[in-house]
Design a protein around this ligand. Structure first.
Ligand code: GTP
Ligand code: MG
Length: 280
């Protein structure tokens, strides 16, 4: 039974006041987290049409944070760093953003800072070629991978494009060495342009659930995250956690990934999200 169907059937037979606890339970089960679940149950539990009330509430939380990356043409290049855990969709997102900006008539350079895996650079080189972007890459010799920060420095020193997209290696948020490496990328970029990077986007795999909150927390410790991209919304996304992450961090949502091609990127739609949440 769908999440909202489940809600409806439970509330059909009971008085509202008695069931705040049950609503809370369901919201926790749907990954909203205890804090938000309790707050929502308290607020919504006394309303007549719970489904509508919940929809409205989710809309109020998410809608104000739907945003577009605002490219400031005074910053040249406008530097965007993509970060996230392994497999969250960073490299594919670089391709999606490159395509998006190319469509706007902007020139785009890409930096393959995942220098430790030859396959990572190859994957990005294929995209760069397809999307007509210049690529900076370091690991011509897999025995001696280039230091990511040094490559980022070289790229920003030499790029003449409107946009510089920096792909980074996937890392677990609790891996200190790799997190320090990320901090170093930020430091060297700021040496060239103290306002860079102009956007630091955390790419989240929306199917991973609870752990997303911890990911945002840990990446924020390295450098302020300026926005989120939520990937794999075409898959079995954990709806509740998304609402929770958005509610907790109040970070702009710059878009969602809905597939594996460069075109599978769009603005977050609350309407579509709620429809999916109800059907899943
Ligand atoms: N269905 C779906 N698949 C996606 C989406 N975004 C990325 N993928 C797939 O997820 C897998 C991982 O994507 P990558 O872009 O390589 O992820 P990454 O974060 O760069 O991975 P690492 O560099 O290994 O950390 C690939 O098979 C992608 O095609 C999406 O929005 N929807
Ligand atoms: Mg990658």
């Amino acid at each position: 039974m769908s999440f909202f169907g489940k809600l409806k059937s439970i509330f059909k037979n009971f008085a509202f006041a008695k069931n705040n606890e049950k609503l809370e339970e369901i919201l926790i089960e749907a990954d909203f987290g205890v804090k938000l679940a309790t707050a929502l149950a308290k607020e919504i539990g006394s309303k007549g049409d719970i489904t509508e009330a919940l929809k409205n509430k989710i809309d109020t939380i998410i809608s104000p944070l739907i945003a577009e990356i605002n490219v400031n043409s005074d910053k040249h290049p406008f530097v965007i760093v993509l970060e996230g855990v392994n497999g969250s969709g960073k490299t594919t997102t670089v391709a999606k953003l490159a395509y998006h900006f190319r469509q706007m008539g902007l020139s785009v350079d890409i930096v393959a800072c995942d220098t430790f895996r030859v396959a990572a650079t190859d994957q990005l080189a294929v995209w760069a070629n397809k999307l007509n972007c210049r690529i900076f890459c370091g690991n011509t010799n897999p025995e001696k991978p280039r230091e990511p920060a040094s490559l980022a420095y070289e790229a920003l020193s030499n790029s003449k494009s409107d946009i510089l997209l920096i792909d980074t290696a996937g890392r677990l948020q609790n891996n200190t060495n790799l997190m320090n490496e990320l901090a170093k990328i930020h430091r060297v970029l700021a040496k060239i342009d103290d306002s860079a990077p102009h956007e630091t986007i955390l790419v989240l795999d929306a199917t991973t659930g609870q752990n997303m909150v911890e990911q945002v927390n840990e990446f924020q410790k390295i450098h302020p995250i300026t926005g989120l991209i939520l990937n794999k919304l075409d898959g079995n996304a954990k709806g509740g956690t998304l609402v929770r992450v958005v509610n907790e961090f109040k970070l702009p949502i710059y878009g969602v990934g809905i597939g594996e091609t460069e075109k599978d990127f769009e603005a977050f739609s609350v309407e579509k999200f709620l429809k999916d949440l109800m059907e899943k």
